[in-house]
Design a binder for this molecule. Structure first.
Ligand code: DGY
Length: 323
């Protein structure tokens, strides 16, 4: 029997590419250059499965291409706002993602950014590299203490809960969260967490605010000028979710004018193009979307995609089906 044909849009960890080669008639992307819309359309016309990642925009226009052969889109990523899932559903395509395996590493990056922002780590690193450090002194580069402070989480899914665990059990932080649904009582008890009725309530109380909601139209610019003004002048905003959850222009203004003390960002609107306004600021720590970027996690994400498409080709329900 012929092996199913699969198209992978970017380089994946070597051991996963080797498994794909053994199992499928696979088209890898050795150049690692993002595929164009036309190349993505052709992939849908010529392959049984398209395996994109979170930076490939799989629009309704692409999904609507005539003469499709593909039946499944196995996204390499837990977030799938890069795919127009309504259009995929209308076209009868199955879509899967890669949950669970990146939870801890993404929470680690959120905690890293929180610490970097609070303790001015990027600024200190720059100071040394620019050979401007003149030595220790009692008033030099004072940041804010993290231990015992209040962390407010917007969204309270797996990654937010993992961060809350690290923050509460590791740093003695008090946990507030805003989420559409109530988590299990055991989770609330373990974290001694308090649910806020509104985003506004959380923003005005927290010393650190960390974003953990999905991207997309429903959450676009959830953190806007008006809401940034509700935060404490000593507060820090951490974003490891999606860039478009924050109005970047408003955040730059908030950081410049001191409405808040700092920010730690792993994701950006329109990334990898970053608003140059961020680059001029000392009170923002910037990372290039590293949330899931560990060897272990990226291999686990690849295995998750492999399991999803294997189930699909075996006529079973893929474990991580989203539509
Ligand atoms: C995701 O999976 O959604 C992250 O943004 C990249 O790992």
């Amino acid at each position: 029997m012929n092996k199913p044909k699969v198209v992978v849009t970017r380089r994946w960890p070597a051991e996963i590419e080797a498994r794909l080669k053994a199992l499928y008639d696979v088209q890898l992307n050795e150049s690692d250059i993002p595929m164009t819309a036309d190349e993505l359309k052709l992939a849908l016309q010529t392959a049984d499965a398209l395996l994109p990642t979170v930076t490939d925009s799989i629009t309704a226009g692409i999904l609507g291409v005539e003469g499709k052969r593909a039946k499944i889109i196995g996204n390499f990523g837990v977030g799938y706002n890069n795919i127009d899932v309504n259009a995929a559903k209308a076209q009868g395509l199955v879509v899967t993602n890669t949950p669970h395996v990146l939870t801890d590493c993404t929470a680690d990056i959120a905690m890293l950014l929180l610490l970097m922002s609070a303790r001015r780590a990027s600024e200190g690193d720059r100071l040394i590299r620019n050979r401007q450090w003149t030595g220790w002194r009692p008033t030099h580069m004072l940041g804010q203490k993290v231990t015992g402070k209040t962390l407010g989480l917007i969204g309270f899914g797996r990654i937010a809960q993992a961060m809350a665990k690290k923050a509460h059990h590791g740093f003695g932080m008090r946990i507030l969260f805003y989420a559409p649904s109530q988590p299990a009582q055991a989770i609330m008890d373990d974290l001694q967490a308090t649910r806020c009725d509104t985003v506004e309530e959380l923003l005005s109380e927290a010393n650190f605010v960390s974003l953990h909601c999905p991207g997309g139209e429903a959450t676009r610019h959830l953190i806007n000028e008006q809401r940034l003004k509700l935060m404490r002048p000593s507060a820090h905003l951490i974003n490891t979710a999606r860039g478009d959850v924050v109005d970047g222009k408003a955040l730059i203004k908030a950081l410049k004018e001191g409405w808040i003390a700092g920010a730690g960002l792993d994701v950006f609107e329109g990334e990898p193009n970053i608003d140059p306004g961020f680059l001029e600021l000392d009170n923002v720590a910037l990372l290039p979307h590293l949330g899931s970027a560990t060897e272990e996690t990226r291999v686990a994400m690849g295995n998750r995609v492999l399991a999803n498409i294997a189930a699909f080709f075996a006529g079973e329900e893929p474990g991580d089906r989203v539509v």
